[in-house]
Design a protein around this ligand. Structure first.
Ligand code: EPS
Length: 386
């Protein structure tokens, strides 16, 4: 199972191709559009989201409401393209001298990207480094999510921190309750007591021309034991999840289970004691490991967190140097989001769903939904006999 995305932020469209998905998986554009809409929402988004209304179109690989096993092409049009078609045109008619960017924003791919690709116009970098691309990754991850659902696996996410405000009271919530509470919140935060404080912090940052980051958590329930492997570093499930999360724009840290907190605790308070019952097989009463031991899923919920830095496009000037004149300037910029942590959380769900679907197909194989379902069922039965 693999995918590629393509497309610029102000180009005609984003495109994704998913290859290796099983045949017979029921899927619809509206199912994917629901997740695309979630990604566009969240308190703290800027003007661009008023222009876009992301909708996916299948160009291949889906027929009569089900996957066929052929590569799946998905396209999401950029409504803003109409305002950029002359500047972003592929041919010699492109007005390359207009809307050029020579002032790199600290924290963005702007400067390193321009040097690396030998661009005089930073627009050639920022159009692709833009988090607009994550719409395509959400579409891809939602195809994966559909497969996981069929296999009894649920992926959910919620926002745990915005700036200095942290959510509490999430530990004891059951998955359904957690999901319901998060979905009622404009910040995907299940703790309604801190939501107002988070919004105030976003308002304050906006007034000051600043931006805010935060932390989101993704959980996956219903995974079988045995995804990933201890035998090689790049087969470890935690390594793959961390890579996928770090691959989201603006993510600067990832934790699995207790994560960094484990470093400050003695081993007796970190590791999850093993218990057994004939009904449940082997299980744990705690989950400090976040569902992964030795790079292998252990049957407990997978719990991962990611830290997002504040968006680097600021109204508040930060010192930078113009790449043409080499003169210093204090950046002044146009529209941007103030905080996109809820959007990043939806992207996080998508990339985690993707990695888990890859691991499921890798372990169980099969070319049709029926085949993989049988194999997963056999495995679940088999490990009960161990
Ligand atoms: C982004 C800048 C803004 C955001 C964009 C990410 O876009 P624009 O430059 O058009 O104002 O709105 O996010 C999206 C378009 C999206 O769909 O999430 C950036 O520089 O990363």
């Amino acid at each position: 199972l693999r995918f590629l995305t393509a497309g610029e932020s102000h180009g005609p469209a984003l495109t994704a191709i998913v290859e290796g998905m099983v045949a017979g998986l029921p899927i619809s554009a509206s199912y994917i559009n629901e997740q695309l809409a979630r990604r566009q929402g969240g308190y703290g988004r800027g003007g661009r989201m008023k222009i876009e209304k992301d909708q996916v179109q299948f160009l291949s690989g889906v027929r009569g409401g089900s996957t066929t096993g052929s590569p799946i092409t998905m396209q999401i049009s950029n409504k803003d393209w109409i305002n950029w078609s002359e500047i972003m045109a592929a041919g010699s008619e492109a007005k390359l001298a207009e809307r050029t960017v020579s002032r790199p924003r600290p924290g963005h791919a702007d400067l390193a990207g321009a040097i690396k690709y030998n661009h005089q116009d930073i627009r050639n970098v920022l159009e692709r480094s833009s988090a607009r691309e994550t719409a395509a990754r959400v579409a891809v991850g939602t195809v994966a999510r559909r497969l996981l659902e069929e296999l009894g696996i649920t992926v959910l996410g919620f926002v745990q921190r915005i700036g200095s405000v942290e959510a509490a009271l999430v530990e004891n919530l059951q998955p359904k309750e957690l999901q319901a509470k998060a979905s009622q919140s404009q910040l995907l935060c299940p703790d309604s007591q801190v939501e107002a404080a988070m919004m105030q912090e976003i308002d304050r940052a906006k007034e000051q021309g600043d931006s805010l980051g935060g932390v989101f958590e993704i959980r996956a329930y219903g995974l079988p034991v045995g995804l990933g492997s201890h035998v090689h570093w790049d087969r470890k499930l935690d390594s793959r999840l961390a890579g996928a999360l770090m691959g989201i724009q603006a993510i600067k840290g990832v934790e699995i289970g207790l994560g960094f907190a484990a470093a400050a605790l003695p081993g007796s308070q970190v590791h999850d004691e093993i218990v057994y019952s004939p009904d449940q097989g082997f299980y744990r009463q705690t989950n400090g490991a976040g569902g992964i031991e030795g790079g292998i899923s252990n049957g407990e919920p997978v719990v991962v967190r990611a830290a997002m830095k504040p968006i680097p496009t600021l109204y508040k000037p930060l010192l930078s140097v113009d790449i043409k004149t080499k003169e210093p300037f204090a950046a002044s910029v146009e529209r941007s989001d103030v905080c996109a942590v809820p959007a990043a959380c939806v992207v996080g769900e998508a990339v985690v769903a993707w990695e888990l679907a890859v691991a499921m197909i890798e372990k169980f194989g099969g070319d049709s939904l029926e085949e993989i379902k049988d194999r997963v069922q056999n495995w679940q039965h088999r490990i009960r006999q161990v």
